[in-house]
Design a binder for this molecule. Structure first.
Ligand code: ZN
Length: 158
C-alpha cells in the first residue's frame, strides 16, 4: 500500500533545525494524509511512499510552519502579568486578543514596565529537517474522513 489521500499514516521521526539542533527525537505521529494535518512540504514528499521507506525532508518556512509575522510580536504592560509569581524569557502563556481569541505567546524580552511577547508558532521562520520512517499505512475510517483527522488505536480521540 502506498500513501495516497485518505490514508492514515503512522510515522516515526526526528526533527532537527538547520543548525543541527534536535527539536523532537524519536517522535511518533498518526495523521490523515491529504487533509493538511501536517506541514505541506512534508505531506507532499510522503505521497506515494510505502511502509518501511525512510526519507529526509527539508521544509522551509514557506512549506513548513510559515514565516514570522512581526505583528504577532507585541509589547504589553508588565501589569498584564500581575498575579503571576515570576516570569522569565521563554515562558509561555495563553493570552486573549481583543476578539477574545486565545493564543499561545512566548515571552521574548522583559523590560521595567513592559514585556515583549511573541505569538508566532515557535517553529515559524525556521528551516527544518524531518528524518522520517513510515511505520504503517491504513485506509481511513468513515468517521476519520468526516472529522478530517486520524483517530488513535480503537478509534478514539487523542
Ligand atoms: Zn475525530
Amino acid at each position: 500500500m502506498q500513501i495516497t489521500d485518505s490514508c492514515v499514516v503512522s510515522i516515526h521521526y526526528t526533527l532537527t533545525n538547520s543548525e543541527g539542533e534536535t527539536i523532537e527525537e524519536n517522535a511518533s505521529m498518526d495523521y490523515l494524509h491529504g487533509k493538511n494535518n501536517i506541514v505541506p512540504g512534508l505531506e507532499t514528499e510522503l505521497t506515494g511512499k510505502s511502509v518501511d521507506d525512510s526519507l529526509k525532508v527539508t521544509v522551509t518556512p514557506e512549506t513548513g510552519y510559515g514565516k514570522v509575522n512581526p505583528e504577532l510580536i507585541q509589547k504589553v504592560p508588565r501589569s498584564a502579568f500581575d498575579g503571576v509569581d515570576s516570569i522569565k524569557v521563554g515562558d509561555r502563556f495563553q493570552a486573549s486578543d481583543d476578539d477574545g481569541q486565545s493564543q499561545l505567546v512566548t515571552i521574548i524580552e522583559i523590560q521595567e514596565t513592559t514585556v515583549t511577547v511573541d505569538g508566532n508558532f515557535p517553529l515559524a521562520g525556521q528551516t527544518l529537517i524531518f528524518d522520517v520512517r513510515i511505520e504503517e499505512i491504513r485506509p481511513a475510517s468513515k468517521e476519520e474522513l468526516e472529522h478530517g483527522h486520524a483517530h488513535g488505536l480503537g478509534g478514539h480521540h487523542h
